[in-house]
Design a binder for this molecule. Structure first.
Ligand code: 9PG
Length: 560
């Protein structure tokens, strides 16, 4: 498939003085935007617009989601719809797309990269090489002259002062005939450009979330540690539920009498790397940090008197505020928390709900893009945690964090059920971002090409138990094999006392497979997903001489 550059566009406020410089060399467009005017401009978007001549319908595209939990699938142009067009909360749009505005009717979009494929089988990859300075959205739109493909550098209203210039991430346009090969090449290019952290060893561990959820107690940790001696874990990670309030990460609630230090010591004494969850960029209204430093909160874009909502979560008591991560004192605070937790013994940190730093709001430094806010906040944690701590991104915008995180959650939460639980919140347009093992399967296959190119993929935890779950043993096995076939991180998240010889044998099978696939991916051969652009939920993954073919609706699979 051939794309022809038609024009470029600039969108925002006071953009009259903006000048775009554009060069093409081979398959690569390099560009920058400068403010030649005499007043500041707020830049929403700079876009390259291409025509797709002679397209044969149906035209399908791979849709990469914006952050860890955002749906990643493929869709048919003219038939499928962007999730943002339904009547839903603007907050959800902001959480799951670089650009929070609803898409125009009929538009389809993918973040950072896409592969297009027309009925004749012709394919093209369009992608941004890099993401640290701004998000990138690829959008398909119907125009009077035919189909247009837009490569949008999303700057989120960042202010460009007179005389200032921003270099934009290069855009590549490549024809091909194998989506997995095109995407693997793109991921390798981005990994090189952004100096991806890809040298951490294969990760095997235990995580408290998917059995105990927020009810976890210190006694649960002690009981599982007592059983864990026979298990091949490297890391043992305590998830959400220890903290007295979101934002107060160095203290514990009544369920953890030994404090964060005591828990780390107990984990280390059992021979594992202590791991800890936190949501460092949001704070509860009644947290100590929010009460002590109200000036650290970002403000609502439309109402500077109101702190910016960073997340809503019933289990934490409702609305959480977002920190203003453009303030140096906030960044120092983040670095100090990370340093203190590493001192306590935690050499594995899971940073969750971190999309909050991209959300629309008023921030002290208006010249930063959403991507730069997110990246700056992670940089602060990395500065405090040091180079040797494994940092796992979660609920994280994928594009802006290459080179900072060691691992990245690349899908929605699994759960002890295959399809989305009917009892979860409906979230119009965004239901499939809610926990389901099927949703995790979808993203694990669809984003397998990122593994060991941008970071270690975290497909989310295995679900091994066959009691206290709605998953059938066949579904638990299908999911476990998908984790293995992805080569990604393998964490158990069951009460270990529920697991017997069969579950242990399945884990051992997954780890043998996972290590082989991981080694292949590290050598530049990530898994292939042949129906990536054919099916909304991919069924098939090939890696390290194995083949897994699933029925994503039933949750069954055959493995050879
Ligand atoms: C702890 C959990 C676990 C889990 C994370 C994250 O409302 N939501 O959209 C929503 C999405 C994901 C989520 C919770 C809420 O789970 O992915 O592994 O750490 O937080 O609270």
């Amino acid at each position: 498939m051939k794309l022809e550059l038609l024009r470029h566009e600039v969108h925002g406020a006071d953009t009259g003085g903006l000048v775009v410089d554009l060069d093409q060399a081979g398959d690569r467009f390099t560009w920058s935007v400068a403010n030649a005017g005499d007043h500041p401009a707020a830049v929403d978007q700079v876009a390259l617009v291409f025509a797709v001549p002679d397209v044969r319908f149906p035209l399908r595209l791979f849709r990469n989601g914006y952050q860890s939990w955002s749906v990643t699938d493929s869709a048919a142009f003219g038939l499928d719809r962007d999730p943002s067009i339904v009547d839903t909360l603007p907050f959800l749009r902001d959480m799951h797309h670089a650009d929070r505005e609803p898409a125009a009717a009929g538009d389809l979009r993918s973040e950072q990269v896409t592969v297009l494929r027309d009925h004749g089988g012709k394919q093209a990859l369009v992608g941004f090489i890099g993401g640290r300075h701004h998000d990138g959205t690829i959008r398909l739109r119907s125009a009077p002259s035919g189909v247009e493909v837009r490569a949008e550098a999303t700057l989120g209203g960042a202010v460009l002062d007179p005389g200032a210039r921003r270099t934009l991430h290069p855009v590549v346009v490549r024809a091909g005939d194998d989506p997995s090969a095109l995407l693997a090449q793109w991921a390798a290019d981005v990994g090189r450009a952004e100096q991806a952290r890809v040298t951490a060893p294969y990760q095997v561990g235990w995580c408290s979330w998917y059995h105990y959820f927020d009810g976890v107690t210190e006694a649960d940790i002690t009981a599982n540690l007592a059983q864990a001696g026979d298990w091949p874990f490297d890391v043992f990670q305590l998830d959400d539920g220890f903290q007295p309030a979101i934002g107060d990460w160095l203290a514990t609630n009544d369920k953890f009498p030994s404090g964060v230090d005591g828990v780390a010591s107990a984990i280390a004494a059992a021979g594992f790397v202590p791991g800890l969850w936190m949501a460092p960029f949001i704070v509860a209204p009644d947290s100590e940090v929010a009460l002590a430093h109200p000036e650290w909160l970002a403000r609502e874009a439309d109402d500077a008197t109101q702190p910016m909502i960073g997340m809503f979560n019933d289990i934490w008591g409702g609305f959480m505020y977002g920190l203003d991560v453009t303030r140096p004192e906030v960044l120092d605070h983040l670095a100090e928390i990370a340093a203190d937790l590493v001192d306590a013994g935690y050499h594995y940190l899971k940073l969750d709900f971190t999309f909050s730093a991209k959300q629309r709001g008023r921030y002290a430094d208006a010249t930063l893009t959403p991507a730069e806010r997110v990246r700056g906040a992670y940089e602060a944690v990395r500065r405090g945690a040091g180079d040797d701590t494994f940092i796992l991104g979660c609920g994280a915008p994928l594009g802006s964090l290459v080179g900072l995180v060691d691992g990245m959650r690349i899908g929605p939460d699994v759960g002890p059920h295959w399809a989305t639980d009917p009892l979860t919140a409906p979230l119009p347009g965004y239901r499939e971002t809610q926990p389901s093992t099927r949703g995790a399967w979808r993203s694990t296959l669809a984003r397998a090409f990122l593994h060991r190119q941008l970071w270690l993929n975290d497909p989310d935890c295995l679900m091994l138990r066959t009691t206290e779950t709605h998953l059938t043993p066949e579904q638990a096995r299908a999911w476990a094999l998908a984790v293995g076939m992805s080569g990604g991180m393998a964490l158990v998240s069951d009460d270990l006392s529920l697991l017997g010889a069969d579950e242990r044998a399945l884990l051992d099978e997954v780890l043998t497979l996972g290590r082989d696939v991981d080694a292949e991916a590290a050598a530049g051969r990530p898994p292939r997903v042949p129906d990536l652009v054919d099916a909304a939920i991919p069924s098939t993954i090939e890696a390290a001489g194995h083949l897994l073919v699933g029925d994503p609706e039933a949750g069954t699979a055959t493995f050879t």
